[in-house]
Each structure stands twice: as C-alpha cells, then as structure tokens.
Design a protein around this ligand. Structure first.
Ligand code: NAD
Length: 260
C-alpha cells in the first residue's frame, strides 16, 4: 500500500497522467494533480478522487517548463500534504514536421516541457526524498526514448534525453533510498495521439479508424493500444517495495514496438 505517501503526477488532468494519478490514489497515496484544463473540471476531479479513494488531493496549475513553477509546486505538496515521496514526470506534448520545417519555437517548447520539466521536478523534489531516505521518481519516456521516427525530432530527442537523465539520477541516488526509472509506452489512445490520427485522416483523405489501424501497424507488432491503466501498472510496480533495487533503467509497455 502507498498509504501515507504523497505522489505528484505532472500532466495528470488528461490521458496517461490521469490514469497514473488514479492508480496511485487507489493504492492509497495522497495526490498532487497538475496540468492544464478547465478549473471547474479539475476541481471536480480533485474532489471525486478524494472521496472515491479516501485520500487527500490538491491540484496545482504549474507550467512544468518553468523552473520556478516546479519549485513552487513541490513546496506546496510538502506544505499542504506533509512531504513529497513519489514524483511522476509525465507532462508532455507532441508536434510533427520534418526538421527543416520544424518551427524553432516548437523545438524549444518540446525540449522545455518534455525534458527540462523532468529535470526541474527532480531538482526540487530530490532533497526532500533524500532527507527522508525514501523516494520514487518515474519518468514517462516513450518507445521514442529508445528508437526514432520521422517527423518527431524534438520529441525523440527529448525522450532519449529523459532516458539519459534517468540513468544519471539513478546513479546519484543509488544509496539514498531513492530510485529513478523510466516507463516507455507505445501507442496509448489519448488526446495526444487522437490529434495525430485526425491530422493523418485529414492529410490522407481516410477515416480515423483506418488511420488508427495504420498507426498501430506501422510501429507495434501488437495491434492494439495500451491503456493509461497499463502504463499505471508499471508505475505502481516501480513504486513498490518489490522494485527497491530497480533503478536507472526503463520498462517498455509498448506491444513489442522496440523488439524489432
Ligand atoms: P495528453 O495530451 O492526454 O496529456 C498531457 C498532459 O500534460 C495534460 O494533462 C496537459 O495539461 C499536461 N501538460 C501539457 N503541457 C504542460 C505543461 N507545460 N505543464 C504542465 N502540464 C502540461 O497526453 P498523454 O498521451 O497522456 O501523454 C502523457 C505522457 O505520455 C507524455 O509525456 C507523452 O509524451 C507520453 N507518451 C504518450 C504516448 C501515447 O501514445 N499517448 C506514448 C508514449 C509516451
């Protein structure tokens, strides 16, 4: 059980992060929600999570690409919920174009959110974890942390960077009671991927159903999407006592994507 632990999941107002926050709450952890969205909907989600799982939850609308936002969010978790024991760096965005057409500002934004955000989070959260002698950091990377795909330069660079950052953080904390690992999802049907499917259907004059199948067939031997719950199961494992000696590494939950 994670009862008595406090978990912060960045980008937990949608998709995979939401699934991870719900699974951690179900396991008994108090939750810090983070991410963009309608404030009333986020407040409803916060209350509903508290009452369904009998835990405490707060929501902090920090932009993870801003170091001062990340530091203030970690401080709020520690002040309002007593500590920060589990950090899941999940917030991320996507943009697709060939390198020569890739807007410079999009490159900078993706590196800032998908890569630097995880560094800022750890920078703020690791001191408290080390002081307590227990902590878990899980970075949501991607199959694109291990292999590339055309038109995804910034995303692939950021996700490969996350894998390297995870190794260094694992090494630095090897004897601190703090483990740092990454999870590498394949295709998960969230708004981030639904947009890619819709863009492809528009560009190719096909249906979204055809493009969903094409997306899977291109990359994943297993022709089905993983769910946020599948990704959350790997996060829960990494937070468990059973994973006490797993650090600096990654777990693929990708339907065989990187096996070929
Ligand atoms: P999503 O678009 O459903 O959710 C992204 C979340 O991040 C939202 O809550 C959003 O508000 C938040 N966010 C965006 N920018 C932010 C910022 N600057 N500061 C704080 N929060 C911010 O996407 P998702 O598919 O659930 O993606 C979650 C993570 O999983 C990302 O890191 C993504 O790269 C990774 N991932 C997704 C897939 C997939 O197939 N969906 C595959 C591999 C990896």
């Amino acid at each position: 059980s994670l009862r008595g632990k406090v978990a912060l999941v960045t980008g937990s107002t949608s998709g995979i992060g939401l699934g991870i926050a719900q699974a951690l709450a179900e396991a008994g952890a108090d939750i810090v929600f983070n991410g963009f969205g309608d404030p009333a909907e986020i407040e409803a989600l916060r209350r509903e999570t508290e009452s369904r799982y009998g835990i405490r939850a707060i929501a902090v609308p920090a932009d993870v690409s801003k170091p001062e936002d990340c530091a203030a969010m970690v401080a709020r978790a520690q002040e309002e919920l007593g500590s920060l024991d589990i950090l899941v760096n999940n917030a991320g965005i996507q943009f697709t174009a060939d390198i020569e057409d890739f807007p410079i500002e999009k490159w900078n934004q993706i590196i800032a959110i998908n890569l630097s955000g995880a560094f800022y989070g750890m920078h703020a959260a690791l001191p408290g974890m080390k002081a307590k002698g227990w902590g878990r950091v899980v970075n949501i990377a991607s199959a694109h942390g291990l292999v590339g795909s055309a038109q995804k330069s910034a995303y692939v660079a950021a996700k490969h960077g996350i894998i390297g950052l995870t190794k260094v953080a694992g090494l630095e904390n090897a004897n601190a009671g703090v483990t740092v690992n990454a999870v590498c999802p394949g295709w998960v049907l969230t708004p981030l991927v639904e947009k890619q499917i819709a863009d492809r259907a528009r560009a190719n004059g096909t249906t979204e159903e055809q493009e969903s199948h094409a997306l899977l067939a291109e990359k994943q031997p297993m022709l089905r999407f993983s769910t946020p719950a599948h990704i959350a199961a790997a996060v829960l494992y990494l937070c468990s006592d059973g994973a006490a000696t797993v650090t600096g590494t990654q777990i693929s939950v990708d339907g065989g994507w990187v096996a070929r």
